[in-house]
Ligand binder design. Structure first.
Ligand SMILES: Nc1nc2c(ncn2[C@@H]2O[C@H](COP(=O)(O)OP(=O)(O)OP(=O)(O)O)[C@@H](O)[C@H]2O)c(=O)[nH]1
Ligand SMILES: [Mg+2]
Length: 298
């Protein structure tokens, strides 16, 4: 299955539900708009964004005289796709070294995403170093080491429970010495409590700023798409601790409804940079808002 086919398969249920509003389409009346809004909220697009979309849809239908279900459908796709245009596609990794700091709660797919990114960057001929700053569990560095080997990337790791910020410091030193292009930092998703975690991430973030003030840096929050609207809350918290340049939405091959991607872009004005649809290296792809919305509504 191609990437897009996997994405479409994952979003099948949502597509069927949203499509239902058009299958029984008898006209762009209040009943239709209410049903569509409800279905969008159920798809994780969120109350605020769904209300905005319907409002704009009504205005367009009125102004442009849209009547048929197909015309209305195309207008919804267009409105949603516009909401997804946050102007931040791709990763900016121009400096040598540049840094990708990867954060998020436990189990969302941080380490796997790092592995996939490492493989893809290596395929582009970049020299990659993985920084095992999740020192909370010994197994975390082992998991990262497997990906490093698979990708042909370097790894810097310390002992379990050592200071994550000093792993990052050493990674930067090693990267300078070895002429590394991209450092990717793995972090813990859980510490003894949440404020510990946020302080830790903040500290790591400051080490990077201090040691590499002029380097290009991406701070990516990984969100499990199956957790739906909860992702918005996580994004707000992590943004405060470490700043964010974008989101990676994982597990869109599972039971995710998908609408959270729209909610994040619209409510937080944060670009979704990548989406994950499985556990293999090629199951990560750069996000394309319009393609995604089409997969929701086709
Ligand atoms: N189906 C599916 N599974 C995924 C995807 N991304 C990650 N996983 C799986 O999710 C589980 C957790 O992934 P990890 O990469 O270990 O997550 P993590 O955020 O590093 O977790 P912690 O280190 O415990 O915080 C693993 O079993 C992965 O294989 C995805 O896009 N789709
Ligand atoms: Mg991990």
């Amino acid at each position: 299955m191609s990437f897009f086919e996997k994405l479409k398969a994952g979003l099948k249920k949502t597509r069927a539900q949203l499509g239902g509003a058009f299958a029984s389409f008898t006209g762009a009346n209040d009943e239709f708009y209410e049903e569509l809004e409800e279905l969008m909220i159920m798809a994780d697009i969120g109350v605020e964004t769904s209300e905005d979309v319907i409002e704009e849809l009504r205005a367009r239908a009125r102004e442009q005289g849209l009547r048929g279900g197909e015309e209305i459908r195309a207008a919804v796709v267009d409105i949603l796709a516009q909401k997804m245009e946050t102007g931040g596609a791709g990763l900016k990794l121009g400096t040598k070294p540049s840094v990708i700091l990867v954060i998020g709660v436990n189990g969302v797919g941080k380490t796997t995403t790092i592995g996939k990114l490492a493989v893809q960057l290596r395929q582009q001929g970049k020299k990659v170093l993985l920084s095992a700053a999740d020192t909370f569990r010994a197994a975390a560095a082992d998991q990262l080491a497997i990906w490093a080997q698979r990708a042909g990337a370097d790894i810097v790791r310390h002992e379990e429970n050592s200071d994550p910020a000093s792993v990052v410091f050493d990674s930067i030193t090693a990267a300078r010495a070895r002429g590394t292009d991209v450092i990717i930092v793995d972090t813990a998703g859980r510490l003894h409590n949440k404020s510990n975690l946020m302080n830790e991430l903040n500290k790591i973030s400051r080490v990077i700023d201090r040691e590499l003030p002029d380097a290009d840096r991406e701070t990516l929050l990984v969100l499990d798409a199956t957790t739906g609207q909860n992702g918005l809350i996580q994004a707000k918290q992590f943004r405060e601790a470490a700043g964010l340049t974008g989101i990676v939405l994982t597990k869109l091959d599972g039971t995710a409804k998908g609408g959270i991607a729209v909610a994040i872009a619209d409510q937080l004005k944060l670009p979704v940079k990548y989406v994950g649809v499985g556990e293999q290296a090629d199951d990560l792809m750069e996000f394309n808002g319009r393609q995604f919305v089409e997969a929701l509504f086709e």
